[in-house]
Ligand binder design. Structure first.
Ligand SMILES: Cc1cc2nc3c(=O)[nH]c(=O)nc-3n(C[C@H](O)[C@H](O)[C@H](O)COP(=O)(O)OP(=O)(O)OC[C@H]3O[C@@H](n4cnc5c(N)ncnc54)[C@H](O)[C@@H]3O)c2cc1C
Ligand code: SF4
Length: 521
């Protein structure tokens, strides 16, 4: 139950989320000739602290938005110099032809946090109000139209009651409200349901990324499939080589894999003989995790709703063929700004501009990949070759994207107990420590399990036990009691996307959560 706000702010355009989508929209609006009052809200304590990417940027859209972006970075960005695609077995790797979507000629290796920071600086210089450490908690609606948001109160007790330190939230009202919360945004999910914007349910994956200082070959990009996943499961690894002996190494697994544990996959992946020696000469510097959407064209919701619009990964614009979403996030922000008409604020033209423009074309070309990959890795790869090489994504058929499998509560597989050496491989709790996550302890829990009895199913091997990259859901080995350590949560959203019926995620007090370290470029 939100506490009544004690003040109201009004803007022409309110943008929730200062990722690439939200900041690109704000900057593009500020570049328009007429003066607009624009506000961006960001729940992280500083810009870029909650954004996660491997960091390969297709620069075409950023070149249009901010032609001087390369000079605004601390150092010139590293161009991708080579691409490799590996099939992994436990001991060996075999180089395969690089799929067309994973060829990165002309792309750059960047830090997403730093890109967000330069866009925020430019937008602020052009008059945009950016409020960091402020979470949009609830939507304001009137006459079935979104009118703005209420920000979260600070200083409530665990039961949600005010204390003498409580600061009520603020009503932030706007002519139009754009949700740029990234994948699984809680307000974005609410409008998709409330306004029935989607007919095909979204599919999700979870990506886990570590930053290492280790010998690197700047510009080299490696994507992998196969081990440590079985061929029936969907996922893969990446290793991106940055300048100054820095590496981004990560793993992405589909949430539909039963008992998917991308953190564990990444730890296993790093022990491969082709990878471990390089990492053993270095040190892990950062850990992060974030959900991604993979439904693409078939799951793309209607992008406008009464009173606002969905931008970037909040709508699901990641291109599965290239495993990239940054350029689409930037472009969707630009298109929203270009199609905002103060006299006709319903943003219909924005929806059409995305669908008919290069974002829609890329998603349409990749529309058959996810349905094919859902049939297993071998079929997915073989089909992907035919679809992308032979038909170039223009096959005269569309495989339907079926809804994700319903939640299976099966006993987890009996793995030998994992061991971690603390130099190459790390358990979840030491990984969470790297994120510098912080939540005030005596605030209302930001993770809710709806049916108290549902904790019983957690004992039976609920998928989120393995899935959560931050060990938030645990069973005490001695008492067998279930523990929910919400303070560890690193805001990846995977648990609520896996079991939305039972698990609700809302933002905690603004300015809390992880502070992800990114590549220092
Ligand atoms: C492991 C991994 C690797 C990836 N690698 C690549 C890659 O190499 N190249 C590529 O192009 N793409 C990559 N992607 C995808 C890319 O990172 C995303 O497509 C892109 O960041 C989406 O941008 P966005 O602005 O839509 O969302 P986000 O980057 O998620 O930004 C959303 C922002 O909104 C804020 N927010 C959310 N809710 C609220 C709220 N209620 N109130 C206030 N603030 C809120 C968040 O804190 C965040 O800062 C990768 C993703 C992952 C997870
Ligand atoms: S509890 Fe937090 S870190 Fe764990 S899966 Fe859910 S959102 Fe991610």
């Amino acid at each position: 139950m939100p506490i009544a706000s004690d003040s109201t702010l009004r803007f022409d355009v309110l943008i929730v989320g200062a990722g690439l989508a939200g900041l690109s929209a704000a900057l593009r609006l500020a570049q328009r000739p007429e003066k607009l009052d624009i506000c961006v809200l960001e729940k992280a304590p500083n810009i870029g602290a909650h954004t996660v990417s491997g960091g390969i940027l297709n620069p075409q859209t950023l070149d249009q938005l901010h032609p001087n972006w390369k000079n605004a970075l601390k150092h010139p960005p590293q161009a991708v110099t080579s691409d490799e695609f590996w099939w992994m077995t436990p001991q060996k790797q075999c180089r395969l032809p690089v799929p067309p979507g994973l060829k990165n000629t002309g792309n750059y290796l960047v830090s997403i946090s730093q890109l967000c920071q330069i866009l925020a600086a430019e937008a602020t210089a052009q008059g945009v109000t950016i409020l960091t450490g402020i979470a949009a908690q609830t939507l304001h609606t009137q006459d079935n139209r979104v009118q703005g948001v209420q920000t979260g109160a600070m200083g409530l007790d665990m039961q949600g009651q005010p204390t003498q330190n409580t600061t009520p939230g603020t009503d932030i009202m706007a002519h139009t409200t754009w949700l740029a919360e990234g994948c699984g945004g809680h307000l974005s999910q609410e409008v998709i349901q409330r306004f029935q914007l989607s007919t095909v349910p979204q599919h999700y994956a979870l990506g886990v990324r570590e930053i290492w200082t280790a010998p690197s070959q700047p510009g080299k990009v490696i994507h992998t499939v196969g081990w440590p996943l079985s061929s029936s499961a969907y996922g893969g690894g990446f290793i991106y080589h940055y300048p100054n002996d820095q590496l981004a190494i990560g793993w992405v697994s589909g949430l539909e894999n039963p008992h998917s544990d991308p953190h564990q996959c990444l730890q296993d992946f790093k022990t491969h003989p082709a990878i471990a020696p390089q990492l053993r000469a270095g040190k892990r510097m950062g850990y992060a995790a974030r959900a991604l959407n993979e439904g693409g064209w078939q799951a793309l919701p209607q992008l406008n709703f009464p009173g606002g619009a969905l931008l970037g990964c909040a709508a699901g614009m990641l291109d599965l063929a290239s495993m990239k979403g940054m350029h689409h996030a930037i472009q969707s922000g630009m298109l929203a700004a270009d199609h905002y008409d103060p006299n006709h604020p319903e943003m219909h033209n924005y929806d059409q501009a995305v669908r008919k423009g290069s974002i829609g074309q890329a998603l349409l070309r990749a529309r058959n990949l996810k349905p094919a990959l859902n049939k297993g890795l071998y079929f997915g790869l073989a089909y992907g070759c035919i679809d992308q090489y032979l038909f170039k994504g223009k096959a005269p058929w569309t495989y339907p994207l079926h809804p994700p499998k319903t939640l299976e509560l099966t006993a987890p597989p009996r793995h030998p107990k994992h061991s971690y050496d603390g130099t190459l491989t790390f358990n979840k709790s030491s990984s969470v420590y790297e994120t510098q996550v912080f939540h005030r302890e005596d605030q209302p829990p930001h993770l809710k399990i709806h049916t108290p009895d549902h904790t019983q199913t957690l004992h039976k091997g609920h998928p989120v036990m393995a899935l959560c990259p931050a060990e938030v859901y645990t069973i005490d080995p001695t008492t067998q009691a279930f523990h929910l350590s919400a303070g560890n949560c690193i805001h990846c959203k995977a648990c609520t996307l896996k079991d939305p019926q039972q698990i609700t995620w809302v933002p905690p007090e603004g300015g809390q959560g992880p502070q992800f370290k990114d590549i220092d470029t």
